[in-house]
Structures are given as structure tokens and as C-alpha cells.
Design a protein around this ligand. Structure first.
Ligand SMILES: [Fe+2]
Length: 389
């Protein structure tokens, strides 16, 4: 890892979520609901997670403890502000006072948004940005079913503004779930392609955070270990979903990366992933990041080859020369993408050349651009998109 800079001062935010991690921790849900004084629970999830039987498992654990639960399973991929408003209406009509988010990033981010949407005057989109919320939200217990976003320990909630059709992020200490209940058993049934794309989202979090201008030692410790774990276990988890060690390693890796990115933000891949998931494009977040990551690393490596050499080392490859090691790291990311079946290009995901200027005009406004390790213009973003097309 990069040697320390004794002149650097930095801050790392307190993680608002207590983390319970390991096979079987779902059984501790009633204890945590009771500690948070939950009387009636709203489960915020999506239809896929519900159909997979995971919501039934959650309800069973709650029912055994006589805790009533209502299910809102209408969170779509790339969820939006109208979904949040509908869920807040259900929460009020059903008199729920605690939210359990169950699912991938969309469901967990929606659960967090329902929690603050219930206590802050509408519309929820007016709180886009960092620390704009006025009131603490209702308590949230976040239960991930993918090893990807790290949303269970992050202070961001991403959603589409259903008026403008643009993705926004609402962030700050008031957005944290109160408990992250990370049980790898709940990821065992995740299909291979979703395992692949969500896992690459986690790897993109770790690499973008580790290499950007906000580099700081605590985030770096978390994200370096995340790169190691994801490098070790992503291919295995895709190839054999029942591999418990790989599922454990992936969920831990995504959680560590999720913690690490809170104070550092990310980079170009995430700046582009937001508009690529907007309008009619709706390119899935993890898939877009996966395709972009090697191209972004190629553009960025001259910004700080030493850090990319660290990435190579964390991925189990490398070279004594930092620039050579950086190229080896990129080759390793490309190889992982190929091994786990990530599509080869953005055009395969539905991006047309004509849309690139609009995507990049939006991406350049992202707060992830200012921390990117290499100065980046809109023309640079367009060139990266064309290279990935
Ligand atoms: Fe992400």
C-alpha cells in the first residue's frame, strides 16, 4: 500500500450503521427491531427478491417474534422518486415505524429514502446533494441480497428524479441505516449474471475510491482489502453460486468498499454510470461500471500510477515498475470481466453514439469528477465513452 504522508490530515465519518455480518445473522433481526423500538415493520423490496423467497424468510423470522410486517415490493431497477412517495403512503396507511430494506442497491436506497421521506417535507428530490435533509428519518435495517452497492453501510440514497428522469443522490449522516444485517446466505441464490454485475460495481467502488484525489488512509485500508477479496472471490461466486466462502468474501468485500467510499466519493465510471442509467437508456448500474472500468483506468493511470500499482498488487498481480503494474492491473480487470460474462461494450448495452454528448454533459457535473485522479473534461468523457462503445 501507498506509504503514509505525515503531512496529510483527514476525516473519516462515523458509520451510522451497526454491522452484523455472517451466515445466519438474519436470525438476529427481531432483536434489532426491538432495540430500535419497532412496533410494525415496512419491508421495502422488489418483486425478484420476493419471488426468490427471501422476503418470506424475513417475515418468518419476524413472525416468530410476533413482530407484524407489511411488504412493499414495488421497487423497480433504477427506482425513482414516485416509488418512494408511494411507499411513504403505504408506511403511513399501515402505521409502520421501522423500515427493513431487503435487496440490492435499488431496494436498500429506496428503503433509506422512505425513512427520510416520512419525516422530511416532500418532495424528496429537493434534498439532492450532501447534508440537505432537515430531520432524521425513521430507523432502517438494511439487509443486502447482492454483494455490490454496499448501500447497507453508505450514507447515499440514489434514485431517479421521476420529473427530470435524471438520477440523483441524497447523502449525509442522516441517510445511514441504523443496522446493516449482512447474511451471505441470502446471496447464495443470486443468479450468475447479477452476481457478476453487482460484484463489478463493488470492485469499481473500491478501485475508484482507492485511486482518487480524496485518498486517505482509513478509506484506503478498507478499499484495498475490498479489492483483494473481490479479486479472490468474484469469479468463484459467479461460477458456483453455492460456494459459501466466495459468497462470504464477496459480501465482505462489497461492505468494506461501501464503508470506504463515504468520505472519498468515486470517479469517472460512477460519474458516467448515473446518466447511463437515466432517461430511456436505463443501463444497469453495475453493468455500465463494469464495461467502463478498464477504460477509465486506462485514462486515469498516468494521474497516479503508484496507486494503480497497489491495485495490481491487491489483485494478486503486478510489477516492480508502477506504470507496467498499472497496465497489468487493467489487463486483470479486463480478464475478470471476460471470465464472468460482462458484455464487451456500451453499445451492447444499448448506448448509441448520438447519446454520448448528452450523457457526458450530465456526467461532467458529477461531484465524482472533481476527485478523479486525472483532470477530466467533457471531451475526455466523450472519448472514454467512444473507446468503450
Ligand atoms: Fe456503484
Amino acid at each position: 500500500m501507498k506509504s503514509i504522508d505525515h503531512n496529510q490530515s483527514f476525516a473519516f465519518p462515523a458509520i451510522g450503521a451497526e454491522v452484523l455480518f455472517g451466515f445466519g445473522v438474519l436470525q438476529r433481526l427481531p432483536e434489532k427491531v426491538a432495540e430500535l423500538d419497532g412496533k410494525r415493520v415496512l419491508i421495502v423490496t422488489d418483486k425478484g427478491v420476493n419471488a426468490a423467497g427471501i422476503v418470506d424468510q424475513v417475515i418468518e423470522v419476524l413472525t416468530e417474534a410476533w413482530i407484524p410486517a407489511v411488504v412493499f415490493d414495488e421497487v423497480p431497477q433504477d427506482s425513482g422518486s414516485k416509488t418512494v412517495e408511494r411507499a411513504v403512503d403505504v408506511l403511513r396507511a399501515e402505521n409502520c415505524n421501522l423500515i427493513v430494506g431487503v435487496g440490492g442497491g435499488s431496494s436498500l436506497d429506496a428503503a433509506k429514502a422512505v425513512a427520510f421521506g416520512a419525516t422530511n417535507p416532500p418532495p424528496v428530490v429537493q434534498y439532492a446533494g450532501l447534508n440537505k435533509l432537515e430531520q432524521p428519518g425513521l430507523p432502517v435495517i438494511a439487509i443486502p441480497t447482492t454483494a455490490g452497492t454496499g448501500s447497507e453501510v453508505s450514507y447515499w440514497s440514489v434514485m431517479t428524479d421521476d420529473e427530470s428522469q435524471v438520477k440523483i443522490g441524497i447523502g449525509g449522516a442522516l441517510v445511514f441505516p441504523r443496522v446493516a444485517l449482512a447474511d451471505p446466505a441470502l446471496t447464495l441464490s443470486l443468479p450468475p449474471f447479477l452476481t457478476a454485475t453487482t460484484g463489478m460495481d463493488a470492485l469499481t467502488h473500491a478501485i475508484e475510491s482507492y485511486t482518487n484525489l480524496s485518498y486517505q488512509p482509513i478509506s484506503a485500508a478498507l478499499t484495498y482489502r475490498a479489492i483483494e477479496l473481490i479479486g479472490d472471490f468474484l469469479v468463484r461466486a459467479v461460477q458456483d453460486g453455492a460456494d459459501r466462502e466466495a459468497r462470504y468474501g464477496m459480501l465482505l468485500g462489497s461492505l468494506l468498499a461501501g464503508m470506504g467510499i463515504n468520505p472519498t466519493r468515486l470517479g469517472i465510471a460512477h460519474a458516467l454510470a448515473m446518466p447511463l442509467g437515466s432517461w430511456q437508456l436505463k443501463i444497469a448500474h453495475g453493468t455500465g461500471n463494469a464495461v467502463l472500468l478498464p477504460h477509465v483506468m486506462t485514462f486515469n493511470l498516468e494521474g497516479n500510477p503508484t496507486l494503480y500499482a497497489d491495485v495490481a498488487r491487491a489483485l494478486g498481480v503486478g510489477d516492480a515498475d508502477p506504470l507496467t503494474a498499472s497496465h497489468i492491473a487493467i489487463a486483470r480487470v479486463r480478464a475478470i470481466n471476460a471470465e464472468i460474462g460482462i458484455p464487451a461494450s456500451l453499445s451492447a448495452l444499448g448506448l448509441a453514439e448520438a447519446m454520448i454528448p448528452r450523457v457526458c454533459a450530465e456526467a461532467i457535473k458529477s461531484s465524482n469528477i472533481v476527485v478523479n485522479p486525472r483532470l477530466c473534461t467533457q471531451a475526455d468523457l466523450e472519448a472514454i465513452c467512444r473507446a468503450a462503445l
